[in-house]
Design a protein around this ligand. Sequence first.
Ligand SMILES: C[S@@+](CC[C@H](N)C(=O)[O-])C[C@H]1O[C@@H](n2cnc3c(N)ncnc32)[C@H](O)[C@@H]1O
Length: 224
Amino acid sequence: MSDQRANLEWRDGAIPVSTRFDDPYFSLDNGLAETRHVFLQGNDLPERFVPGFHIAELGFGTGLNFLTTWAAWEGAGVDGPLRFTSFEGFPMSADEMARALEAFPELAPYAARLVSAWGEDPTLATLEGVEARVVIGDARETLAKQDFVADAWFLDGFSPAKNPELWDADLMAEVGRHTKPGGSAATYTAAGFVRRGLDAAGFDVTRVPGFGRKRHMSVARKRG
Ligand SMILES: C[S@@+](CC[C@H](N)C(=O)[O-])C[C@H]1O[C@@H](n2cnc3c(N)ncnc32)[C@H](O)[C@@H]1O
């Protein structure tokens, strides 16, 4: 990776599209509802929230999934910290993030805190109120070096056809190694090679109805 910035263009002036991967960062229909359907419901959240619950994510992007989860955590009134670890290889600027998140006014108070912390340090070392961390770099190199085990994973690379490196079997094996027995993973895709990779990584994988026009997505439970 020589040039590690996000390269963006804006669809309808509001939706960031990666020119590197030729794919939008969130659903053109309703990004917030899709995040809730795929990543929260797909991992049985907020029902499984307990103090210290640890979510990990491939692809931090605009932070939409993170903010949606943070708001759900506070809404659930859990008495303790949320842990959220995400991986991002091509970080956008704070201005780009702020512009992208304008599409979600109900998240505005959270977005302001995220953008401010991101502008200081994209690892989110200065963000208060949640134990969040973004590991900057290629997830194929950085995940193996981490020693956490997550309760739930959000697998949110760009589409597997356009960003296959974020879905390959070796990386799914690392996801499996970084998941508690009985832990979960969810993704908007039902691509066969992704499901096979998750199965080989120790998950039981199920196809369930996707969001909006997408017929299927995948949910996975770590055997164990
Ligand atoms: C669909 S976007 C993620 C959207 C994000 N979850 C959100 O809430 O806005 C996919 C992300 O994966 C990142 N990505 C792609 N390949 C990567 C890699 N090899 N390592 C780390 N991040 C990568 C992209 O830069 C992009 O931010």
